[in-house]
Design a binder for this molecule. Sequence first.
Ligand SMILES: O=C(O)CCC(=O)C(=O)O
Ligand SMILES: [Fe+2]
Length: 351
Amino acid sequence: MKELPTGNGARLIKSGLDPVRVPFDQIPVIDLEPMFSGDADAKAALAESLRHACTQVGFLYIKNHHFPKEALAAAFAEAEQFFAQPDEAKMKNHVSKSSNLRGYAAMLEENTDPTARGDLHESFDIALDVPADDPDVLAGKVLYGPNQWPEDRPSFRKALESYHAEMIKLSHHLLHAFALALGLEETYFDAMVTKPLATLRVLHYPPQFGEIDERQIGIGAHSDYECFTILAQQMGIPALQVLNAAGEWIAADPMEDCFVVNVGDQMARWTNDLFASTVHRAINRSGKERYSIPFFFGPNYDTIVEVLPSCVDEDHPAKYPPISSGDYVNGRFTATFASYAEQQKDAATVV
Ligand SMILES: O=C(O)CCC(=O)C(=O)O
Ligand SMILES: [Fe+2]
């Protein structure tokens, strides 16, 4: 306990940086407009509410994000058409044909929650398009590399590339807000995101009817690996659920003209867990096909993610050793795939 002298006498304050996380029952909505047109006071107010959302919930909606509506609509329309194709067409760009995790993954191929039995979704991943002869690719930094594309779908490529480019812009604005929320200079992270690990994923979840086995849902319980995720959902098709401190699932339903943003594990490490990387899952019981588009944003491969000095004090030493951004994310992917391979092996033995 510390004593804080105030005009009304001393106030007792618990020392330390760990916030008490009250079980939230709502996801806060943050207006991002000040990052585009606001003065210092407006930005400071936004930073304060963002800090509250990140420490207490780890999830938020952003409105007034300036993301072009056409880019959003085109990506959803193209995703829908891509997934409607026969399996053999989609398998032409299967992720196994990429050395950097780009391309298509089929239904049940992923198992986000290692205690579950495969996710009921299919996906297509792209990231920053780095040519095969780039020094970082040649150096074996596997998260850098070229995207793969269906040859006969130029409009799919165009829509996803443009969505990715627009998301990079939005991420820079959001990162400025995160820096302010951490009491840092707005531009603190800028030099670390010049060649960011930034994955765009389009997802298709078929509807689930009747009694549902909790071990096989749209996407099993997990936290995201990167710095933050910006998720687009379609109105009227709810599925996303977020775990609060009481262990209850809180709905994060689509909101008009908003993205859902959540803190990822990298940001939790950076902030010594001051910002919460919150567990979430998706179950599509809407009766309709669901498409969603998460964008996972993290710093350059070689950026050392090391607990920020402002998130450490005498009673709260850094919990995490420094690690490069790429090694961290790659390690998490490898572990997930190992768990999946293990499960396939078990399944094969059972049969
Ligand atoms: O589709 C969603 O609503 C969530 C997707 C998600 O959590 C993920 O891909 O990490
Ligand atoms: Fe996620």
